[in-house]
Design a protein around this ligand. Structure first.
Ligand code: AMP
Ligand code: MG
Length: 405
């Protein structure tokens, strides 16, 4: 059976990048940069005071206490434009430019103004460079500060703003249609009758796809009817870069996703993965003008979450040009035995915490089965148990993939 990592590689290989677009800075959070961000100024842009106090020449404070002539003031947004000469000091505020001629700052606590502010006494000698951040020591003009392919975080918005990026070039958002299938489904507003259940996959898929940067069109769920499915897939694909279906990929008499895709002439890249939960996952491409990618995910809600995050999320991020398209991998210590399977790799929902020694501890969720999505709400990661491993013992170090928040 196809290994998970190989399936992810196929998804990456078959995913086309969308065009880039320009967005206003305040729209850029969560978007993927399509350009490197270059510093247009030095940081700091001038020699900057790190303390409130007095800018001085260190040599004038040797043998402190020393009394210096107070010749001016520099505050945030207002520099003192003269050049400091021997025996002089300038009152200075944190963040203000250190005047020419001065090489250090003494903090206000170790000073005292005298003669009605005409002079200042410095109690302790300064060392050259003390409390001064020299121009360009943090970033030099022309340096690359962020790279194309990074997703813009709130902190990165500040970096973009600092270097004058009122607009940023980012990958276009993929348009995704979400379609849950199953004749047992009722709407969240409705009371499930005998043998029915509320459609929950539409909502988790919508959330995950939006979290991955997509624009999502949720469709009303569809009954298990091949003709209907074919029509809905064809229509939704016209306006979608990717289509995420849940349900109908198993071997049941009423599982029509694959036959509908075949009937539409889709190219099917894989329809089985060595994965527990999530074996019957389908990945295909339609023959329409947009060459829409289709993810046919198994219907049970935990499988949906696991397979979306392993495969569909990767495609949506790759469409935006992201460099990191896979779930972040860490190592963790197992809190309890983890059960694997001989035939398939297991990706087991787990909670993560750290212990007092600073180690990451992964605890497999106690879950009744693959439909136990209530337990899954606590999952922060998936523990990877390789194919052919019956049990990994508590205390072992395992690979874990962090789920998106
Ligand atoms: P299927 O993959 O169609 O065989 O579905 C497997 C199981 O997942 C079904 O028996 C349902 O219990 C559940 N399921 C399928 N679709 C949904 C959905 N949209 N929301 C919640 N549960 C679902
Ligand atoms: Mg079904």
């Amino acid at each position: 059976m196809l290994p998970v990592t190989e399936a992810i590689r196929i998804v990456e290989e078959q995913t086309q990048r969308l065009d880039a677009e320009s967005v206003a800075l305040r729209e850029a959070r969560g978007r993927v940069l399509a350009e490197d961000v270059i510093a247009d100024t030095d940081l700091p842009p001038f020699d900057r005071a790190l303390m409130d106090g007095y800018a001085v020449r260190a040599e004038d404070t040797e043998g402190a206490p020393a009394t210096l002539r107070l010749v001016g003031e520099a505050a945030a947004g207002r520099s003192w434009r003269g050049e400091l000469k021997a025996g002089e000091a300038v009152r200075i505020m944190t963040g203000a430019p250190v005047p020419a001629g001065a090489d250090s700052v003494q903090q206000v606590e170790l000073t005292r103004e005298t003669q009605a502010g005409a002079t200042v006494e410095i109690d302790k000698a300064t060392a050259p460079g003390q409390f001064v951040t020299r121009r360009a020591t943090e970033i030099k003009k022309g340096e690359t500060v962020l790279r194309a392919g990074e997703r813009v975080s709130p902190a990165m918005l500040a970096a973009l703003a600092s270097f004058g990026y009122a607009r940023a070039r980012v990958g276009a958002r993929p348009r995704v249609a979400v379609l849950a299938t199953g004749s047992e489904l009722v709407r969240v507003e409705d009371e499930p009758g005998d043998a029915q259940l509320r459609d929950s996959n539409t909502y988790s898929l919508l959330g995950y796809a939006e979290a991955a940067g997509a624009t999502v069109e949720p469709m009303p769920f569809a009954a298990d009817d091949e003709g209907l499915l074919r029509r809905l897939i064809r229509d939704a694909a016209e306006r979608s870069d990717a289509l995420v279906l849940s349900g109908g990929v198993s071997m049941g008499v009423y599982d029509f996703t694959k036959s509908a895709l075949h009937a539409l002439g889709a190219e099917i890249f894989f329809d089985r993965v060595s994965l527990r939960p999530g074996k019957p996952t389908v990945f295909a491409r339609l023959a329409n003008a947009r060459r829409t990618l289709v993810f046919g995910l198994p219907g049970n809600p935990v499988s949906v979450s696991v397979t979306f995050n392993l495969f569909a999320r990767t495609a949506l991020l790759a469409m935006q040009g992201a460099t990191g398209t896979r779930l972040a991998e860490h190592h963790a210590v197992l809190a309890r035995d983890a059960k694997g399977s001989m035939e398939r790799a297991s990706y087991l929902p787990a909670t993560l915490r750290s212990d007092e020694r600073g180690r990451i501890i992964a605890e497999p969720l106690k879950w009744g089965g693959s439909s136990d999505f209530v337990a899954f709400t606590r999952a922060g990661a998936l523990i990877v148990v390789p194919e052919g491993t019956r049990t990994i013992a508590a205390g072992s170090v395992v690979s874990v993939l962090r789920l998106p928040d």
